[in-house]
Design a protein. Structure first.
Length: 422
């Protein structure tokens, strides 16, 4: 996004979350007379960061985390093993994940990791089709889920119930998912009731809900609901994956070996330590959901490969005057929309402080968007404007309306460009 006062350039962080006020804010900003929107431009390839810095006084990198962390165990590349990043991209209509076609012909799925993404994936695998039909999930995903044989989802974590990474709202949605019942292992909760009183409040409430779901005998209504459930989900704690095995005849996933852990230390910082014991779980689908990671896009920008972030102080990129960052690229892949929003306000404040203090020199003019447009044209790159995007948006909405969904997404870049340019 280019600001026409010739001062700022931001790469846009594309969030999958479809929150109306987020959409409204983006639309308002993109339509602002001092803002230019350039879609379908690959920064680092079509235009370099150095060129943007020559065009603008400040460049803010906010391109998120499009890589995923690998579990790093043998069998991770088998058919039937997917990253949550690709799986989520597939049901959300990301063009690069269109061909994923996950094999859902098994009964049991194992999800590695216990964050909100893991819960999102579990919910998609287990949700009643009628509920999914009203969302903007893609038609191919809907058709594949209609044929899915998955009846049980195990969400596996290397640490214990008091270290679970999801948040209470997402856990509650899982607990209340129609047609499903929870199935946990009572031994995983040993010592938790005693530790409850010393937990900080949000963690305490989350653990209480977890314990209630796992241990309490439910009331009549809930009992009836669980009795009628046809699908099962459950957390498995203190388990780390060590190997994924194939079915010898079909070379697809057949089971996963989990090492049994114990905890050293307590609270958020407790560490999982191997006990030497292992157990095998039969499953035909493994989805690893152990976190996303940012990727470097331009060799001229400092990048901390170990932490997969751009090294920065409150959004000021180290050793790169005029370069700023925000979002997951700045902090690592953590936090909900509000966290990311506040984090971007901090970066904006840093930038304004630098203008005030003179650290960011804006005394001489910069050519701004004109020069960028010129460079793109020279290179044969035809950007998508905001009104082009609005054509795609309105077609997707109309297609969705025709089948009772909020939106039916276009699934290839070619289709999108065709619509944008008509
Ligand atoms: N509805 C929403 O608001 C929503 C939806 C989706 C995502 N988000 C947010 O997006 C952020 C990213 O979510 P996320 O679920 O991808 O990440 P996350 O919350 O960081 O969870 C990652 C999970 O993977 C585990 N893990 C990490 N490395 C591992 C390893 N080597 N072996 C085994 N397990 C490992 C973690 O366990 P340890 O704790 O032991 O490291 C944790 O359970 C989060 O802040 C999340 O809240 C929010």
């Amino acid at each position: 996004m280019f600001m026409n006062d010739e001062t700022f350039f931001c790469t846009i962080n594309v969030f999958i979350f479809v929150l109306q006020n987020v959409i409204n804010t983006f639309t308002q900003t993109a339509k602002h007379s001092r803002c230019s929107f350039y879609g379908n431009v690959n920064v680092g390839k079509d235009v370099t960061i150095g060129e943007l810095q020559q065009a603008y006084h400040a460049v803010i990198l906010s391109y998120g985390a499009e890589g995923n962390r690998r579990v790093g165990v043998p069998g991770e590349d088998l058919r039937g093993v997917y990253s949550a990043k690709d799986f989520v991209g597939w049901y959300n209509g990301l063009p690069s994940c269109r061909e994923l076609s996950p094999d859902l012909s098994c009964e049991t799925a194992v999800i590695l990791g216990q964050g909100n993404v893991a819960l999102d994936v579990a919910r998609i695998l287990l949700s009643p089709l009628d509920a999914l039909k009203k969302t903007d999930i893609t038609q191919p995903a809907l058709e594949a889920l209609a044929e899915s044989q998955v009846r049980k989802v195990l969400i596996v974590g290397r640490r214990g119930p008091m270290q679970i990474a999801c948040t209470i709202k997402e856990l509650r949605e899982m607990v209340n998912l129609p047609g499903t019942r929870p199935e946990m292992v009572a031994a995983d909760f040993e010592g938790v009731p005693e530790a409850l009183k010393d937990l900080p409040r949000p963690r305490k409430r989350l653990t209480e809900l977890l314990m209630k779901t796992a241990m309490e005998v439910p009331g009549d209504k809930e009992l009836e609901r669980r009795k009628n459930a046809t699908k099962i989900w459950g957390f498995r704690f203190y388990r780390s994956p060590t190997e994924i095995f194939a079915d010898p005849s079909h070379s697809r996933t057949a089971s996963i070996r989990l090492a049994v852990n114990r905890l050293e230390g307590s609270g958020e910082r407790a560490q999982a330590v191997l006990t030497g014991e292992v157990e095998d779980v039969s499953c035909g689908l493994v989805i690893s959901s152990i976190g996303y990671k940012s990727l470097p896009i331009d060799p001229s920008v400092p990048f901390d490969s170990r932490r997969a972030i751009v090294p920065n102080s409150v959004g000021r990129v180290h050793q790169a005057a005029g370069l700023y960052c925000s979002g997951w690229l700045k902090t690592g892949p953590t936090g909900v929309i509000a966290t990311t929003m506040n984090n971007s306000f901090d970066t904006a404040r840093s930038l304004l402080e630098d203008v005030d203090s003179g650290t960011l020199d804006i005394s001489t003019g910069k050519p701004g968007s004109q020069i960028v447009s010129m460079l793109l044209e020279e290179r044969g790159v035809k950007p998508v404007t905001f009104s082009d995007w609005e054509k795609i948006d309105s077609l997707e909405m109309r297609k969705g309306e025709a089948c009772g969904k909020p939106r039916e997404k276009l699934l290839t870049v070619e289709e999108m460009l065709k619509v944008a340019r008509t």
